[in-house]
Design a protein around this ligand. Structure first.
Ligand SMILES: Nc1ncnc2c1ncn2[C@@H]1O[C@H](COP(=O)(O)OP(=O)(O)OP(=O)(O)O)[C@@H](O)[C@H]1O
Ligand SMILES: [Mg+2]
Length: 295
C-alpha cells in the first residue's frame, strides 16, 4: 500500500470517528443486533424477551368496536393460543398486526424496536412476521418442492427459483422443510393433488421458508381430519422456541394439546382480553364458561 493510500484511509477513518462522536454527543445510539453487529433495516430486537406488544389497540367499523383497547404481550419463542367466540376480534387483531387494518388507536410493537403500525403489509413480512390464513393458498399446478423453492427464494425472481441453479444451502434447507412438514415423499407431486391437510402443511412450510420470527395462524386445523390435527399440533410444538407462534383456534382438543399444563391461553371477547392464564384456569373461569366454553 502506498503512503498516499494510507493517508487517505487514515483521513477517512478520522472523519468517520468525528461523525460518530458528533452523533454520540447528540444522544444518538445505534441499536445493536447482538455481539455489536449493526442491525439490518426492519430487524427486530428480542433481547428483552418479548416478541409482540399489543397496547390499547382499538378498531371501529362504523362505530362498532371490533377491538376495544386490546392489550396483550407474547414472549419471544412463546406458543400462545387465542380462543374466544365468533366476532371476538381474533382475526381483526391479526389484521392489525400485519398491516391489513389500521387501528384507530393504540400501539403494536415487534420486538422492542419495530413500530408495526408504521409498516405496510410487505414490510411486516420483511420484518419477520408470517401469517397463515384459513384457506390454503398454494400454487396448485406447481410441485410441492417448487412451491417451497419459490418461498425460499423470497426476493429472487420466480424464474430463478424454479429454473435457476440451487446452491447447497438452498437444497439442504428445502430438504429440511420437506421433512418438517412430512411431505418428502410428495416432493414432486403437484400441490393440487394433496389432501386439504397436506396443503395446509405445505403452506406452513412456505411460511417457514421465509424464516419468520413470529407466525400468526388463524384456525389452522379447520377442515383437517383428527389425525392431521394431531400432527399439526406436534409440528407447532416443535417450532416453539425458535419461533413465536400465535394460534387462533376453536378446536378445543387441539388447543388443549398445544397449551398443555403450563402455556398461556388468552380468551378474547368483545375486542378485549376476558381472561388469560393456563388453560385449566381459564376453563374454570365463570365468565369464560358463560361467553364461550359453556355454549
Ligand atoms: N371489514 C369489516 N367491516 C365491518 N365489520 C367487520 C370487518 N371485519 C370484522 N368485522 C366485525 O368485527 C367483529 C370481529 O370480527 P373478527 O373476524 O375479528 O372475529 P373473530 O374473533 O375472528 O371471529 P371468528 O371466530 O368467527 O373468526 C365482528 O363483529 C365482525 O363482524
Ligand atoms: Mg376469525
Amino acid at each position: 500500500m502506498t503512503p498516499d493510500l494510507m493517508r487517505e484511509g487514515a483521513a477517512r477513518r478520522a472523519a468517520y470517528e468525528a461523525r460518530m462522536a458528533a452523533l454520540r454527543a447528540a444522544g444518538h445510539r445505534r441499536p445493536r443486533g447482538g455481539f455489536g453487529r449493526p442491525l439490518q433495516p426492519l430487524e427486530p430486537v428480542f433481547t428483552q424477551g418479548v416478541a409482540l406488544y399489543v397496547e390499547e389497540v382499538t378498531v371501529s367499523f362504523d362505530g362498532f368496536k371490533a377491538l376495544d383497547a386490546l392489550s396483550l404481550t407474547v414472549d419471544a419463542g412463546e406458543l400462545r393460543c387465542i380462543i374466544g367466540p365468533n366476532g371476538a376480534g381474533k382475526t381483526t387483531m391479526m389484521d392489525c398486526i400485519t398491516g391489513k387494518t389500521r387501528p384507530d388507536g393504540g400501539r403494536i410493537t415487534f420486538g422492542s424496536n419495530i413500530d408495526l403500525l408504521r409498516l405496510n403489509e410487505t414490510e411486516v413480512v420483511t420484518a419477520g412476521i408470517g401469517r397463515k390464513f384459513q384457506k390454503p393458498t398454494v400454487y396448485e399446478r406447481l410441485t410441492v418442492l417448487d412451491n417451497l423453492a419459490m418461498s425460499l427464494a423470497g426476493a429472487r425472481s420466480v424464474r430463478a427459483s424454479l429454473f435457476g441453479h440451487r446452491n447447497g444451502a438452498e437444497t439442504a434447507r428445502l430438504d429440511e422443510l420437506l421433512t418438517l412438514i412430512e411431505l418428502k415423499p410428495a416432493a414432486f407431486r403437484e400441490a393440487g393433488m394433496l389432501s386439504h391437510g397436506q396443503k395446509q402443511w405445505l403452506e406452513i412450510g412456505m411460511l417457514l421458508a421465509q424464516d419468520p420470527k413470529l407466525l400468526l395462524l388463524d384456525e389452522p386445523v379447520a377442515g383437517m381430519t383428527d389425525e392431521e390435527t394431531e400432527r399439526t399440533a406436534e409440528l407447532f410444538l416443535s417450532l416453539e422456541g425458535q419461533h413465536s407462534l400465535v394460534v387462533v383456534e376453536h378446536d378445543m382438543k387441539f388447543v388443549a394439546t398445544l397449551a398443555g399444563a403450563h402455556r398461556t391461553v388468552t380468551v378474547l371477547h368483545e375486542g378485549r382480553v376476558l381472561a388469560e392464564g393456563r388453560l385449566a384456569d381459564v376453563q374454570a373461569d365463570e365468565r369464560v364458561v358463560e361467553v364461550y366454553l359453556g355454549r
